[in-house]
Design a protein around this ligand. Structure first.
Ligand code: FDA
Length: 387
């Protein structure tokens, strides 16, 4: 007998499945339409080199949430990896996010922190009046030179749209560091799972009360755990797209997707860093990942490497939804879907697709732990309503 159906085996679904099985002793059935566990955090060894490749884009784990960090470490240890990113602009490599090193290299200068701050403020002050689009907003924050070099082309490629046609409220701040610190994240805890993401995700599901069935779509009426059969009969945690659940009744929520081109190259080191951004607009991809650099501690071959070029575009129905676009129309539609969701008996919506929200992994895990604490545990332990 199934006590809970979890739709989606990403971090959100597996965290809830783990808590309900291990804490409450419930029988949990997890289904996923993909042929593998783990949602977008899934990774697999490239067969000829053994290099771990993050199939849905690079995944770096970082958090300042002590509870999430302790919870994650029940299933995996972490390496001491610290993320750093570089960007190529007009044939020169700069360090990102923009820091004192980036500013001094750009200006061929030796500014002190105060001098750099004054230079950026002077450039930013050249834009007067209320910014009316993303370009003006960015210039008002960091000035035209840094915007033109590091933001303009990259943003245009990310959105496939001229930044002058993008809304100013897409960005509220652009981080500039007036030190030489080029660590990408400033969280308390950071690292990569020692045995890889898939080993971590599989350990979460490794419990006699948890059954995972792959290649199984919740909307496929030929399989037993489909929406029509299950809703109202068995409590459901749904982590798929919320608009799909309601058959797009209020229209599509818009997403950006990514296309990846993976290549094995006959060199031990292609770019000397895990991630290289490409700021020039005439380079079609936004960045290149070189996966061996995520695990310098591993014994990878020294004559081969795996790189992945990333291209960004708007998604349609057939594409993997990656980043919510979040226009005013999307926000309106989301509210309408939330109203519909309230009427679904014993169905909880969660995760990045179920709530139409970009969530980092630590946020997905944290939000799943809260959903368990506030909704599922009270429902199963004391019969409180699931809403
Ligand atoms: P997730 O998408 O992982 O899982 C949902 C699952 O539901 C999927 O497996 C899907 O197949 C399944 N599903 C959907 N519809 C279904 C249906 N009808 N029937 C059955 N199954 C269905 N985070 C971070 O901390 N550091 C990072 O560096 C990155 N990097 C990154 C890069 C890119 C390109 C993206 C898009 C995202 C990241 N993330 C990240 C975010 C990370 O991927 C995210 O936090 C987790 O995927 C969230 O887990 P969820 O379980 O919510 O969704």
């Amino acid at each position: 007998m199934t006590d809970l159906l979890v739709v989606g085996s990403g971090f959100f679904g597996l965290t809830v499945a783990d808590r309900c099985a291990r804490e409450l002793g419930l029988q949990v059935q997890v289904i996923d339409r993909r042929p593998h566990i783990g949602g977008n955090a899934y990774s697999a060894a490239e067969p000829t080199t053994g290099i771990e490749v993050h199939q849905y884009g690079a995944h770096l784990f970082h958090t300042s949430n002590q509870r999430v960090w302790e919870y994650a470490r029940r299933f995996t240890s972490f390496t001491s990896y610290q993320h750093r990113v570089f960007t190529t602009y007009r044939g020169e490599v700069f360090s990102m996010p923009i820091n004192l090193g980036t500013i001094n290299q750009y200006n061929r200068s030796a500014f002190t922190p105060d001098e750099a701050r004054a230079w950026v403020a002077e450039q930013a002050a050249k834009l007067t009046g209320e910014p009316s689009n993303l370009e003006e907003k960015a210039i008002s924050l960091i000035g035209e030179p840094l915007y033109e070099a590091f933001i303009k082309g990259y943003t245009a490629k990310q959105w496939q749209t001229d930044p002058r046609e993008l809304s100013a409220d897409i960005i509220s701040r652009l981080p500039v560091r007036y030190t030489y610190d080029n660590r990408y994240f400033s969280d308390t805890f950071e690292g990569l799972p020692t045995d890889g993401y898939t080993a971590w995700l599989e350990r979460m599901a490794d419990h006699p009360n948890i059954t995972v069935t792959l290649d199984t779509d919740f909307f496929d009426t030929s399989q037993p755990f489909n929406k029509a059969n299950v809703v109202g009969q068995v409590p459901v945690l749904y982590t798929g797209p919320v608009d799909r659940y309601f058959d797009f009744a209020h229209g599509d929520l818009s997403w950006r997707t990514l296309d990846f081109e993976t290549e094995v190259l006959p060199t031990g080191d292609f770019q000397g860093a895990p991630v290289m951004n490409y700021a020039d607009e005439d380079v079609p991809y936004t960045r290149i990942h070189e996966f061996r650099h995520f695990h310098p501690e591993r014994d990878y071959p020294d004559d081969a490497t795996v790189i992945m070029r990333e291209f960004s575009r708007f998604a349609d129905h057939a594409d993997e939804p990656y980043y919510p676009v979040n226009t005013a129309q999307d926000r309106e539609r989301l509210l309408a879907y939330r109203e519909l969701a309230k009427g679904e008996r014993d169905v909880v919506f969660g995760g990045r697709l179920g709530t139409y929200q970009y969530l980092d992994m630590h946020m997905a895990i944290g939000s799943a732990l809260s959903t368990y604490d506030n909704k599922l545990a009270p429902f199963f332990s004391s019969g409180q309503a699931l809403d």
